[in-house]
Design a protein around this ligand. Structure first.
Ligand SMILES: *Cc1c(COP(=O)(O)O)cnc(C)c1O
Ligand code: SF4
Length: 374
């Protein structure tokens, strides 16, 4: 792909009108899955705009390709129709893809391909040893001072490279009835200062539940920070509404949100607005990407992403080498290429715009840097 294409795309995207920032007065669309109703007399039930958009996600690969005017036969791609890890992509994210381009970097992240069914040696269903790190159901305690709280198994988008695509969420996520056990674990270990809400995507939970969880975490005196790892503000920026910023700003804990953007084309004006709302609520914003072949494995794409992030007040944090999860081998970039890319990035950008290149190694005490000193 000619390198200049990414740059041009980034510039175009910053000029896009905000189309997904629907006002709450928009009449409700069809909703396939309603949140449980409470048996209280309620004047009328009005799902949030983001919940409607979530329910309206594109789940059929052929429909997605039709929307993008890509003929799978002509493009030589074989979509995987019956994957257990179904396609799921919000329409506002589809709107950021280029029409007629089967190699679009956003499309590649979400389109299930027949290549996922190939079994690759060394690629596992639990590549980072999550199942061994469970302290209590839904709580992963691998590193000093911080724990991962698997708040839900649901996501707004299904990323084909996801290292948790085989994770048995049904058994493990800290559902409300299990919160008690998880919270007891956090209360009992005074070395824990930071709770990281993860999943799945923690922002696919309702704000009512998140506010309740946040209040219960607030009450644990040794906690200082609440971190969220989420892709929702990027793939569905209308998720960042007043209800979300309300409970975030009300918390005693310092909020940190790590958004997961992999390419500058993901960051349009609506995402920029969402970032502004989060910053205004006092949230520290970081980004983590995964290095993905055919998506962001060139220096212009990575530099464009860092620039687009900082334009919106987001600091690049990690660039992850792909976890070797079964079904994602076609995204792998070699360590030598990864190091070369980050060196080239360092030659171009201010130091604070160069993310740390890391890999997760099961059993290690932290994410492992891939770059050698000196
Ligand atoms: C990645 C991860 C963290 C966070 O690591 P940081 O280096 O602090 O970003 C925490 N806990 C678990 C289990 C993780 O996998
Ligand atoms: S949003 Fe995160 S957890 Fe969900 S599918 Fe994508 S990478 Fe996986």
């Amino acid at each position: 792909m000619p390198p200049t294409r990414h740059v041009l795309q980034c510039l175009e995207n910053t000029l896009l009108p905000i189309e997904s920032d629907r006002s709450p007065t928009t009449p409700p669309g069809p909703l396939t899955k309603r949140p449980p109703m409470i048996a209280q007399p309620q004047p009328r039930f009005q799902p949030a705009a983001w919940q409607q958009a979530l329910a309206d996600a594109v789940s059929n690969p052929l429909e997605l390709l039709r929307m993008l005017e890509v003929d799978p036969m002509e493009a030589g791609i074989r979509p995987l129709l019956g994957s257990a890890f179904r396609q799921r992509v919000p329409r506002s994210f589809v709107a950021r893809m280029r029409k007629g381009d089967p190699g679009d970097p956003l499309l590649r992240q979400v389109l299930p391909l027949a290549a996922e069914d190939e079994v690759t040696p060394g690629y596992l269903t639990d590549p980072v040893g999550d199942l061994n790190a469970e302290a209590v159901p839904g709580v992963l305690h691998k590193y000093s001072g911080r724990v991962l709280f698997i708040a839900t198994g649901a996501c707004a988008v299904h990323c084909r490279y996801c290292f948790r695509r085989h994770f048995p969420y049904g058994d493990s996520h800290a559902a409300t009835d299990r919160w008690t056990q998880a919270l007891a674990y956090l209360s009992g270990d005074t070395s824990i200062t930071e709770v990281i809400l993860s999943g799945g995507d923690p922002l696919s939970l309702t704000d009512a539940r998140l506010a309740e969880l946040s209040a219960r975490l607030d009450a644990i005196p040794h906690l200082r920070r609440l971190r969220l790892h989420t892709r929702l503000p990027v793939v569905l920026p209308e998720r960042v509404d007043e209800s979300l910023t309300g409970w975030l700003a009300a918390s005693r804990l310092k909020p940190v949100i790590v958004i997961h953007a992999n390419h500058c084309n993901e960051i349009d004006a609506a995402v920029g607005m969402a970032m502004r709302r989060l910053r205004d609520a006092g949230v520290m914003l970081l980004n983590q990407s995964v290095l993905l072949k055919g998506v962001n494995d060139d220096v212009v794409a990575l530099a464009g992403l860092s620039e687009a992030l900082i334009d919106n007040g987001v600091l690049p944090y990690y660039l992850h080498q792909l976890d070797p999860v079964q079904g994602a081998a076609h995204f792998a970039v070699s360590d030598a290429t990864a190091r070369r890319l980050v060196t080239a990035l360092r030659d171009r950008l201010p130091g604070y715009l160069v993310p740390r290149l890391v890999r997760e190694i099961p059993g290690a005490p932290a994410k492992q840097p891939l770059e050698r000193a000196g």
